[in-house]
Every structure is written in structure tokens, then in C-alpha cells.
Ligand binder design. Structure first.
Ligand SMILES: NC(=O)c1ccc[n+]([C@@H]2O[C@H](COP(=O)([O-])OP(=O)(O)OC[C@H]3O[C@@H](n4cnc5c(N)ncnc54)[C@H](OP(=O)(O)O)[C@@H]3O)[C@@H](O)[C@H]2O)c1
Length: 308
């Protein structure tokens, strides 16, 4: 990849989220001047500490988008958190407001059109719309964040009781004095997760690259199994932690019982089916190549997630 150009205006749409905040930080760390980065956000008051100019951009109020994207040479659209099914329309609104940018980057899902997960459908529709727009584009197909499991890992490491992840809704349940991680994927199913910080660093590298590839399949260098994940949490916590496989119906019941709306819970159970098919275990080395080092090994990644 050629030397970074730090003088174009880059607009980050969704800059107040977990990924967006770190993309802004990583762009500044790469030497992009703060006045060349715009945080386009639904709630400007939540973006003041980012240290870059802030503009209001609400997918559900498309009239806010042209001004939010004015002057952009490169745009990063971070996929909307939902509602699922409405995301393609939200994303199209941003695409239509983008004008003649020289690069439209979109955070998609690992595997893109090959993914069979229902969660991927919105990403596939968005990728198709971006391709059809004719704009120069790059798809950052992100694998799973290890942070998705943070509440479950922390809970399994320390206590019993039911705990449900904020993003994946992955629950843990008590089993005597042992910690337990549960889900409907098999114990040997593998996930090549990486840390959000690593995805952010890779994204900043792409946004400043002279000639990025059209597609990056981003994932960790190691595809761990749930049995290995539980063993690593046990090692670090100094207490027994196991992984217990539930049936999809049991998994759905645990998720809805914990207050997750059924359509979302249903999608999360479906993700575990995709994990069983190996769809989140893809390793291409794209992420490591972009950040210029191997991704964090499982032990280090778990340590960082448990400490956060
Ligand atoms: N790869 C993975 O493992 C994984 C895991 C979870 C999610 N995701 C996907 O990746 C995306 C980024 O992840 P994340 O953890 O950064 O998500 P996040 O923390 O939930 O951030 C989502 C961002 O979208 C913004 N947003 C929501 N509705 C909006 C609207 N109507 N108009 C404008 N902005 C809106 C949020 O703004 P506010 O601050 O105003 O809410 C926030 O900045 C998610 O949105 C989701 O699509 C991927």
C-alpha cells in the first residue's frame, strides 16, 4: 500500500459508536490533521470530545445528510445498528448524499455476498447499492469483535447468574461455582475475532491509502473455538469456566427471557448457526497486513477485553 495522503477531507458517519470513535483517533494518530476529519453524527453533543469538527447526520432525517457530507473526498459509512431490515434504506440515504466523492467506504460483514447469516442481508443489499452507484468504493468486511462477548466473559470469569451481552446478547448462566458461557454454536465452532481497536486501525489505514483494494475481509489471525475461549477465560480467572451448547430454541428462550426482543434474539441465534458453518472463522490476513503486525493472540485479546 502506498504512502498515506493525510490532506483529503474524510467524513466518518457514525463516529460516536465503538468503532467510529476509534477510527477518528486512529486517523489523528496517523497524522491526519484534525480539521481534515469530520465526525458526522446523530447526536452532535456526544461527539464534542472527539477533537474534530462535528456535523449532524441522521439517517432517519435524510435532509441532514448533504450538509454533513459537503466537501468530503472520502466517506466512511459505519453500518447502522438497526433496526434490521431498515438499514439498507438508511445507508442508501447516506450514499445518495455523498455526491462525487473519490472513495465511499462501508463497514460490511465478513464474507459479504457469501455469508448465509440473515444478519448479512442488509449488508449485501447495501453493498449492491454502493456498487450500483458507480462510486469508487471499498468494502471493509468486518468479522466479529471479541468485545461482543465482553459481558459474558466478564461474568463467567467472576460470578453466576444470567448475563447478556449488549451487542450479541450472548448469555451466561450459573452452574454451581463454575463460570459458564453458553450459546447454540458447537464447542468446536471457530471465530476469527479481532479487537475493535484493530478494526479501527485497519480502517484508518484504508481511508488514508492512495489505492485501497475494493474489498478487505477483516478478521483475526487466530480462529478460536468456544471450548478454547472458555479455557482461556478459566486460565485468566483462576476458576473453572466451561462452554455449554444450547439448542437454538433454548438459546432463543434465554435471550428473550433476558429481555432481548424476539426478532433480534432470532438473528443472534442465526449468527451461531453461521458460526457453526464456519462463516466467522475466515482468515485472510487482510487485517494484519493493514495494521502491519499480527492481530492480538487470544490470551492477550481476552486479557484486554476482561480489563476493559
Ligand atoms: N462486527 C461486529 O462484531 C459487530 C458487532 C456489533 C455491531 N456491528 C455493526 O457495526 C456497526 C459499528 O459497530 P459499533 O460497535 O461501533 O456500533 P455502535 O457503538 O452501536 O455505534 C453505532 C453508531 O451508529 C449511529 N447511529 C445509530 N442510528 C443512527 C441514525 N439514525 N443516524 C445516524 N447515526 C446513527 C450511532 O449514533 P448514536 O451514538 O447517536 O447512537 C453510533 O454512532 C454497528 O452499527 C453494527 O452495524 C458489528
Amino acid at each position: 500500500m502506498s504512502a498515506p495522503n493525510v490532506n483529503r477531507m474524510i467524513v466518518i458517519v457514525g463516529a460516536t459508536g465503538n468503532l467510529g470513535r476509534q477510527v477518528v483517533q486512529k486517523l489523528l494518530a496517523r497524522g491526519v490533521p484534525a480539521d481534515r476529519v469530520v465526525a458526522a453524527v446523530r447526536r452532535p453533543e456526544a461527539a464534542q470530545e472527539l477533537g474534530v469538527p462535528v456535523r449532524r447526520a441522521d439517517y432517519d432525517h435524510p435532509e441532514t445528510l448533504p450538509a454533513a457530507l459537503a466537501g468530503a473526498r472520502r466517506v466512511l459509512l459505519i453500518s447502522s445498528p438497526g433496526p434490521f431490515g431498515q438499514r439498507p434504506a438508511q445507508h442508501r440515504a447516506v450514499l445518495e448524499a455523498a455526491g462525487d466523492v473519490e472513495l465511499f467506504a462501508y463497514t460490511s460483514i465478513l464474507g459479504g455476498e457469501r455469508s448465509g447469516a440473515r444478519l448479512a442481508e442488509d449488508h449485501q443489499a447495501t453493498e449492491a447499492a454502493i456498487r450500483a452507484s458507480g462510486l469508487p468504493h471499498v468494502f471493509l468486511r468486518n468479522g466479529w469483535y471479541l468485545e461482543n462477548y465482553r459481558p459474558s466473559l466478564a461474568h463467567a470469569a467472576t460470578s453466576g447468574g444470567v448475563s447478556v451481552g449488549r451487542q450479541t446478547g450472548r448469555p451466561t448462566q450459573p452452574a454451581g461455582s463454575a463460570g459458564e458461557i453458553v450459546g447454540s454454536a458447537g464447542p468446536d465452532a471457530r471465530v476469527a475475532s479481532a479487537l475493535i481497536e484493530e478494526y479501527a486501525e485497519a480502517t484508518a489505514a484504508v481511508l488514508t491509502a492512495e489505492a485501497p483494494k475494493p474489498v478487505y475481509e477483516l478478521s483475526g489471525d487466530v480462529a478460536w473455538s468456544f471450548a478454547e475461549l472458555a479455557a482461556e477465560v478459566a486460565r485468566q480467572a483462576g476458576r473453572p469456566v466451561g462452554y455449554r451448547r444450547l439448542t437454538p430454541a433454548e438459546h432463543l428462550g434465554v435471550l428473550t427471557g433476558a429481555g432481548i426482543p424476539e426478532p433480534v434474539a432470532d438473528l443472534l441465534v442465526d449468527v451461531d448457526a453461521a458460526v457453526d458453518r464456519g462463516e466467522l472463522a475466515t482468515k485472510t490476513g487482510d487485517l494484519a497486513a493493514l495494521i502491519g503486525r499480527p492481530t492480538a493472540p487470544l490470551a492477550e485479546a481476552v486479557k484486554r477485553v476482561l480489563a476493559s
